[in-house]
Design a protein around this ligand. Sequence first.
Ligand code: NAD
Length: 307
Amino acid sequence: MTATGVKNVLEVLWDFLALVIFIISCNVEAIFRYFVKPPLKPLDGEVVLITGGANGIGREIALQLAKTKAKIVCWDLDENASRLLEKELKDCDAHFYKVDVSDRIQVEATALKMQQTIGDITILVNNAGIMPCKSFFKHSPQELENLFKVNVFGNFWTLRAFVPKMMEMNRGHIVTLCSAAGLIPVRNLAPYCGSKHAIHGVVEGLKDEFLSMEVPPKINFTTVYPFSCNTGLLTGLKSHTRFPWLVPKYLRPQNVAACAIDGLRRNYEHVYIPGFVQFAGTTAKGLLPKVQRASTNFLQCYVEPTK
Ligand SMILES: NC(=O)c1ccc[n+]([C@@H]2O[C@H](COP(=O)([O-])OP(=O)(O)OC[C@H]3O[C@@H](n4cnc5c(N)ncnc54)[C@H](O)[C@@H]3O)[C@@H](O)[C@H]2O)c1
């Protein structure tokens, strides 16, 4: 073997050794962190934008964050619900805008207006979402397009509008309300599953892009994967689970919001609610596809229309 060949082999062996040591240290850290949680970071001076902040999980996030010293900005289409929340938060530093996140022009124009009046967004909570629930073939073409416009493109437009400034400031946090359906297949929700798998992928890809930079920006990511939660999103739908002690039929939006904020403040990359979603959505992926499907069927976790 030539000297260059030997050098290449040694380089690969060295990189492999470094990888093994890194894997061991990550696992040791994960075990340690299981028992000793990272400290909660303060939110003083943070400016938090919550899309879809007028109802459900987003509303609860806004209410709970309002108890901290963060400035809250809520974007939503629902003006009535926004007004109600505005009244509840009248003594807080909270701001409300009617924005359709699927409309790039509206997102860009409001982001510009906010920069001049409110300042830079330091925490972006991409929460707005919709969930038509029926057989794949019963979705109209418009419903399919709209689903991706809100659940996927809505995230693109806010990421494009706010993350470059976070990179410039070298500080920021992106919280994404994904779903258990972003990791696990769920019947009656095929297009929604696709939209949530897509946004999970977008966040992972963006993280990788940042980490590959010579000096990665100090921007944290927290992606939240809840199972069914009792909000307006589930109106007219029925959640099934065979073992409610393992996977509750309906999570409370207050709990989902509290877990998301805990994840944000501890810089967790992923928040699975309940914890079982982590097993089903990650560990179980190592099983054969037929075994995965049989296990999902055994657990009978799905959502269906009531009619
Ligand atoms: N509820 C659940 O079971 C559940 C489970 C997992 C993940 N999620 C995800 O959590 C997020 C919040 O869901 P939720 O349960 O609170 O729903 P929700 O319907 O209670 O609230 C969603 C909010 O988003 C707003 N919104 C919808 N389209 C919008 C648009 N184009 N522009 C701006 N605002 C818009 C709505 O007006 C509403 O206020 C969604 O992304 C959803 O996919 C929900």
